[in-house]
Design a protein around this ligand. Structure first.
Ligand SMILES: [Mn+2]
Length: 484
């Protein structure tokens, strides 16, 4: 009965007329204002969001500046407050819905715009929120207000695109897809929900092409042996980590890694060669991790305006470069790339990406050497300062495949907060099977923090928190004891 009920719920692939009306209303209020501070999140979706709204504000001829944050909390809002004193309006993108109380407390005499997809508290499931006493008006768009699940059906950048579209600006449709993919909205194998409306806009505009294909990183930009040897998500048994093993594997299939023009990339292969390679990798996975085998093939998104065989041509690779700029504390590079820079900033971002990859490789090595600890409901590790707090979540997420962990448990990664010696950064990662069983890491983080103090939140499948070092043991105990 339950299963039948589930099937009868069809996920909307297009915004309905009433939702569009409310988004249009929001967009018009934005257009009737000027002098903005734009604040966004430091991940790929947040940076894509920031770029889409920056592009819109440029297009509308508005005055603005932007600031990228690791998270919006009681500490970082102080910085925002200071910058915002000279601005009439603040726009929060890919953040803000979960921090309306904090915003109310900290601002007065301002117009606040929030474009987000994280779950707001129930009392804020509305588009306009007014606080007359403080002379503060909040305009709020969030998919949850419209009955759309922001974890899987639309990203922050997708919401930003919907706002821009109501003001006749569709130029950044490709970047909205980059943000969605960067936010793992395609983790079921393809983009779902109203993400598909953006996709069809992109196809219509001649910006995007999509099809089912291999989902390994580097299908566009990396020489074949490197695509295979550096595959970390998922790991390819016997091949990840060894360029020679990758070359031998290709030769055994009759695929030459080099031709007269130099290295061969995956996108250079003929259809039959692709088929042969995919089946051979698939077989390697089957004995090792059936889940990884399933995730090997899925929809891939190609940005047609980008040069062939470059890292920006594939939406997932584009998102990775954004993520690395954000995590390596150079988010403005990512914003400039989204806005079209392909020279100086782009080359700098490539160097940042290499640094980021090295950090992740070292983090995975650390876990392989030191192992994870296990509780009833989750695995966890405390890397202290051995893993940077900005990549600990990425490494936690990768450990399912890199360490071949039991997927019935979620993963908690801990690292020291580099700015405050008394604090810990917590990153939690789950998988879709767990989410289907009812695991919601965002709620778990919030509940845990409510008990030990600290701030936490996020999505069902990925969430985070910041707690005191003293509170760690109790926090873990609470997480293990909470009903899922
Ligand atoms: Mn997001």
């Amino acid at each position: 009965m339950k299963d039948k009920d589930k099937k009868s719920i069809t996920i909307k692939e297009k915004l309905d007329a009433d939702t569009r009306k409310q988004i249009k209303n929001f967009a018009e209020n934005l257009n009737n204002s000027d002098d903005f501070l734009l604040v966004s999140h430091h991940d790929a979706d947040g940076m894509a969001s920031c770029a889409i709204i920056s592009d819109l504000l440029n297009f509308l001829g508005k005055n603005y500046e932007f600031k990228i944050l690791r998270q919006l909390d009681s500490t970082t809002i102080e910085t925002i407050k200071t910058i915002a004193t000279k601005r009439a309006c603040v726009i929060f993108t890919d953040m803000g819905s979960g921090q309306i109380e904090l915003i109310k407390k900290n601002f007065s005499d301002k117009k606040i715009f929030i474009i987000d997809h994280h779950l707001p508290a129930i009392e804020y499931l509305k588009t306009e929120i007014e606080f007359e006493a403080e002379n503060l008006k909040i305009y709020h768009v969030n998919p949850h207000i419209f009955g759309i699940d922001g974890a899987f059906e639309i990203s922050g950048s997708g919401m930003c695109y919907f706002v821009a579209r109501e003001l006749e600006r569709k130029e950044m449709v490709g970047i909205a897809i980059v943000g969605a993919v960067g936010d793992m909205q395609d983790s079921s194998g393809k983009l779902i929900g109203v993400n598909r409306e953006i996709l069809s806009d992109g196809v219509e505009e001649g910006v995007i092409k999509f099809k089912k294909d291999i989902r390994l990183f580097g299908r566009e930009s990396r020489p074949l042996p490197y695509m295979l040897a550096y595959a970390t998500d998922p790991f390819i048994p016997d091949i990840t980590g060894s360029e020679n093993a990758a070359k031998d594997f290709l030769l055994s299939l009759g695929i030459k890694p080099r031709n007269d023009d130099g290295w061969v990339n995956y996108v250079d292969l003929k259809f039959e060669e692709r088929q042969k390679l995919i089946s051979a990798i698939y077989i390697k996975f089957l004995n090792f991790s059936p889940y990884a085998a399933k995730s090997l093939i899925g929809e891939v998104y190609t940005l047609l305006k980008e040069k062939k065989r470059t890292i920006l041509r594939d939406a997932k690779e584009f998102a990775t470069i954004l993520n690395s700029c954000g995590r390596q504390k150079m988010p403005e590079l990512g914003i400039y790339i989204c806005l079209g820079d392909r020279d100086e900033k782009f080359n700098e971002a490539l160097r940042v990406l290499e640094r980021h990859r090295l950090m992740i490789r070292r983090g995975i090595e650390y876990l392989k050497t030191n192992g994870l600890k296990e509780r009833n409901k989750f695995y966890y590790f405390d890397a202290k300062s051995a893993i940077d707090e900005n990549v600990v979540g990425i490494i936690a997420g990768m450990s399912y495949s890199s360490l071949n962990l039991n997927r019935d448990k979620f993963i908690i990664g801990l690292a020291d907060d580099s700015e405050d010696a008394t604090m810990k950064k917590v990153s939690a990662r789950a998988n879709l099977d767990l989410v289907k069983k009812g695991v919601n890491l965002g709620n778990l983080m919030r509940k845990g923090c409510a008990e030990v103090g600290g701030e936490g939140g996020g999505h069902s499948v990925a969430a985070g928190a910041r707690i005191t070092k003293k509170g760690v043991e109790k926090f873990l105990e609470i997480l293990d004891g909470l009903e899922i």
